[in-house]
Design a protein around this ligand. Sequence first.
Ligand SMILES: Cc1ncc(COP(=O)(O)O)c(C=O)c1O
Length: 407
Amino acid sequence: MALLEQQQLDASYIQQTYKRKPVEFVRGLGTRLFDDEGNEYLDFISGFGAVSMGHAHPQVTSALQEQAAKLLHVSNYYYVEGRGELARKISDLLSATADPAAASPWKLFFANSGAEANEGAIKLARKYGKLHLGGATTIVSARRSFHGRTLAALAATGQASKQESFGSMPPGFVHVELNRIEALLQELDTQGQGAVCAVLLECIQGEGGVYPCSESYLQAVRAQTAKRGILLLIDEVQTGFYRTGTYPFAFQHYGVMPDVVTIAKGMGNGVPIGALCAQGPAADILEPGDHGSTFGGSPLVVAAANATIDAMAAQDIATHVTEVGAYLQQQLAALPLVSEVRGKGLMLGAQLSKPVAAEVVDAALQNGLAINAVGSDILRFLPPLVCTTADIDVLIERLRALLDARS
Ligand SMILES: Cc1ncc(COP(=O)(O)O)c(C=O)c1O
């Protein structure tokens, strides 16, 4: 169906929660997308960071095809082929930088999205508070953070503009300024003993504008939460699975070990899968009846995630992201109007000195580039991890012309 008809159906039958861009993608290959008229686009947003290994990755496609022909779904009432193996692989990745003698296995709960993974983590933290902290239920997260659109994940999100239409938020969430440890300590003291069960952070805030935690801040947060017996929850929904290069997860750049990690986006190359991962004292908090999901960890998405993670190892994506990420960062920094480039690996935000991000995104699309803005003056780049320096050269050449025209 052509774009115009699709737009008409969308306007009539779909709730207008997104201001969609005027394009209908019908096919993808690697870092390329193709619209309904066959026009080619270079994808530097990868479905908000989900299509980690590129569109139509051969191993992921055949794993999905084989699994679809065999068994789609049975529910969590039963064991699922490949699911234990997937959980073990992810546990090993989460412990990649841990001392093997001290590392205990991570235990996973499979969800269908990032928000759901965070909902599970919030429930886990509250139950931990009930069992070990005298009924503590409050979670401290950061201003400008983003943790999803379900009600508790939204309450954890430090952006009032996304909450305003929905009345009072579920209680038990407070927000502090990022990278100011005194602000966190003050909040913990204000809340008092027995109130706070967890601190929830993104190592690099994605939707909030690509703002990284400083190393000293995250290390201090870990030290303080450990000292007070409070859980440290790290939201790796956007940063996970090599997005930041070198390591599988962003927290591993910081030399800290969280108690709970939530993951989604890059895990299944675009299929809806997420998970909440817990270790040590947090690993066995949730028991039968505490949490569930009809679709979570179904055979189809498990097959896709196993294939995606295997492909990441086979293609040494860790080294690749580090190398091309450094190149992208350097090239972006030299563009007109770019005053700063934040982020790590292939999760980068270009701060512009003028509020022209939205018009640049629209003009970029007309020039065959899929990028996005996270703020009036911030462009965000989340390409498939397989993008090459040649892809980056194309991006930079087209972007330079667009920015030049506005400088
Ligand atoms: C850090 C973070 N957490 C949670 C979410 C929510 O994930 P989902 O859209 O899969 O519910 C996002 C989505 O952008 C995210 O970036």
